[in-house]
Design a protein around this ligand. Structure first.
Ligand code: NAD
Length: 469
């Protein structure tokens, strides 16, 4: 068995009564904006600094992932000792990232890389730059990657990394310095056969290029050491859109189950970043209509639709959702969830759909682009309301699938065209959907517990075959 980190066990969610397995973690009062701003929608355009953020649950990402692991472990009758190995991380690295910024002062950020489980292959997972990044969050996201890569059957383990820096406050040169400094501190635990980072919130292809370049200074040119790179630097065609494309492919599969015609679907996107904007554009290509959208700056809505292409263009030019004028105007971000629609796509941060706002949701289906957007309490409220949920561990796996393709292409020094990438992505995503949906039907459960069961079972099989457990 591989050694376990001392700190890795973490705290289980509070144990309260629950019919379907371990207790649902109880959420504290919702975040600082809870209860505020539920009055008349403000139709005026909002500025980034003033915009209220929608409330977030206090239940942590870690508690959310641990809850679902517990539900699946119980159903699988996993022995406690095996559960203890799978709950904890293999390695947790925390580093100091001191960087001299434009104000002439040295600022010290904290960087993390957590490798959760490597039974099925090298660790794989994104790097997040966000002021709220901490060890608990990175640990949760790393564990989620272990189940996700197993659910879509990729030969990878799970990892995640991050730095608690706000990239929107940095000049480009400062962002480069932070990226390179972080790579210098963690390169020893990375590499194409060990652990391969990719983009996540607050990072992009440019950041991956700097990370690859920094790694190359120490190890020689190694494109397979990170994925999500620019096309000019051996990135894969289709990687940028891959997570959003996978979300839409999962929507298409789930739509069949509820007799929803994609061209007639009305959808809402929470978080118009990489995942959200690609999902929106590809939904629009199917003929669907975006009736509400948000980002960190604010939210907008329009009965007769907001053009996702024009909004994406507006963002590329440095705009944000709140100052986009192609709609009827701004709404309170908390009211985004209440918009009547067929499909709600969370594509921002974790814990944004929680017990205090889930009841207000007015959709038939939710396809989780974000990681852990829904707390267990909210999940059970939505299930009671009859909402079909395609869970994060399946719905947003498109990114890691095409990252896998990029890694394979880099190792072979051979490039596939975009058509090949998209077609292979669809094949893997559709197969995973049908495996999860079939299991859910057989068990009489929603898709989320079925997906976790499938992932955990595959990891247990690999770990025991190797002789780890
Ligand atoms: P991103 O940084 O490109 O986009 C995040 C978006 O969320 C931004 O538009 C930001 O303004 C918005 N946002 C932040 N706070 C918000 C708030 N309070 N309300 C509304 N919007 C808010 O990041 P991304 O890569 O698109 O990732 C989004 C989510 O998808 C994350 O949960 C991430 O972990 C998950 N994910 C990403 C990938 C990927 O390939 N990029 C893969 C799998 C999962």
């Amino acid at each position: 068995m591989r050694p376990m980190s001392d700190e890795a066990t973490g705290e289980r969610a509070r144990e309260d009564e629950s019919a379907d397995g371990p207790a649902v973690p109880q959420e504290g009062e919702a975040g600082p904006h809870a209860g505020a701003g539920h009055g008349e929608p403000d139709k005026s355009a909002k500025k980034t600094e003033d915009a209220p953020a929608p409330s977030r649950a206090e239940v942590s990402n870690y508690e959310i992932v641990e809850h679902w692991f517990g539900v699946a472990a119980e159903r699988l009758e996993l022995p406690d000792d095996v559960g203890a190995v799978l709950r904890s991380s293999y390695r947790e690295v925390q580093v100091q990232v001191p960087v001299r910024l434009g104000d002439g002062k040295v600022h010290v950020f904290s960087g993390y890389r957590v490798q959760h489980n490597g039974a099925r292959g090298p660790y794989k997972g994104g790097i997040r730059f966000h002021p709220e990044v901490d060890l608990d969050e990175v640990r949760a996201l790393a564990e989620l990657m272990t189940w996700k890569t197993a659910i879509v059957n990729l030969p990878y383990g799970g990892a995640k990394g991050g730095v608690n820096v706000d990239p929107s406050k940095l000049e480009k040169t400062e962002l480069q310095t932070v990226s390179r400094s972080f790579m210098d501190k963690i390169e020893k635990v990375l590499g194409p056969t060990r652990d391969i980072p990719a983009p996540d919130v607050g990072t992009n292809a440019q950041v991956m290029a700097w990370l690859m370049d920094e790694y190359g200074k120490l190890h020689g040119h190694t494109p397979a050491c990170v994925t999500g790179k620019p096309i000019a630097l051996e990135g894969s065609y289709g990687r940028e859109a891959a997570t959003g494309r996978g979300v839409v492919q999962m929507f298409q599969e789930a739509a069949k189950e509820i007799d929803l015609e994609p061209a007639e679907a009305r959808f809402v996107v929470q978080g118009f970043g990489n995942v959200g904007s690609w999902a929106a554009r590809l939904m629009q290509e199917l003929g669907a209509t975006m009736v509400g959208v948000s980002d960190a700056s604010g939210a907008i809505a329009a009965e007769d639709g907001i053009d996702a292409e024009t909004l994406a263009e507006h963002m590329r030019e440095g705009g944000n959702v709140a100052d986009f004028d192609g709609s009827t105007g701004g709404i309170d971000p908390d009211d985004l969830l209440a918009i009547e629609c067929d499909v709600f796509i969370p594509a921002a941060l974790g814990g944004m759909i929680h017990k205090d706002n889930a009841e207000r949701m007015n959709c038939r289906m939710m396809v989780e682009g974000a990681n852990s957007p829904t707390t267990p309490s909210a999940d059970s409220i939505l299930n009671d309301k009859g909402v079909t949920i395609v869970p994060d561990v399946l719905a947003n796996a498109g990114g890691v699938v095409v990252s896998y393709f990029e890694w394979v292409q880099n190792l072979q020094h051979f490039r596939w065209d975009e058509e090949q990438v998209n077609e292979r992505l669809g094949k893997i995503m559709r197969r995973a959907f049908s495996e999860v949906a079939e299991r859910a039907k057989k068990n009489g459960t929603p898709m989320r517990p079925a997906a976790y069961e499938l992932g955990i079972e595959r990891v247990v099989e690999a770990a025991s075959t190797r002789g780890y457990i």
